[in-house]
Design a protein around this ligand. Structure first.
Ligand code: 5GP
Ligand code: ZN
Length: 132
């Protein structure tokens, strides 16, 4: 008991409410349909609705993580899986030889629009550097 329990409840309530309203969590649950290109128990990969290149796939952990600022040591396996599957999808989409980018936007200055950690796999055209 003590004074911490109500706050823990509130924390959990806010976390669950956040997940219920999270666009990508709703894709994970199947509530919102999307063009899935790969999935495992822990990650989901689907085509971006507004592609910025001939190949534009989003790779996300199925677990709700708001962004790169919110990862912890326990997420290392799923982050490793995302990198490995990005390599696999690059081969599958035939952009492995020509080149590609794997990008995550974190926070306002980077233009993160969806608060569920996601990596953009982009390829099939030349990209500029530095990014805009
Ligand atoms: P961010 O700007 O947060 O890094 O990227 C979010 C990405 O999610 C954008 O590229 C945007 O096009 C994509 N996106 C937003 N809503 C949807 C949706 O309903 N379905 C799919 N497949 N992608 C979405
Ligand atoms: Zn989410």
């Amino acid at each position: 008991m003590g004074s911490r329990q109500p706050l823990a409840f509130l924390d959990e309530f806010c976390y669950n409410t956040n997940i219920m309203s999270c666009l990508f969590c709703r894709m994970v649950s199947g509530e919102i349909k999307t063009e899935i290109v790969f999935q495992s128990d822990t990650i989901l990969c689907f085509r971006d609705i507004n592609p910025q290149a001939p190949v534009h796939i989003l790779l996300i952990p199925k677990k709700h993580i708001a962004g790169l600022n919110d990862i912890s040591k326990e997420d290392i396996p799923v982050l490793g899986e995302i990198q490995t599957v990005a390599q696999l999808l690059a081969k599958q989409e035939a952009i492995d030889a020509t080149g590609y980018r794997l990008v995550t936007n974190c926070g306002a200055d980077a233009g993160q629009a969806v608060a569920h950690l996601h990596y953009h796999l982009l390829g099939g055209r030349k990209f500029g550097w530095p990014p805009g």
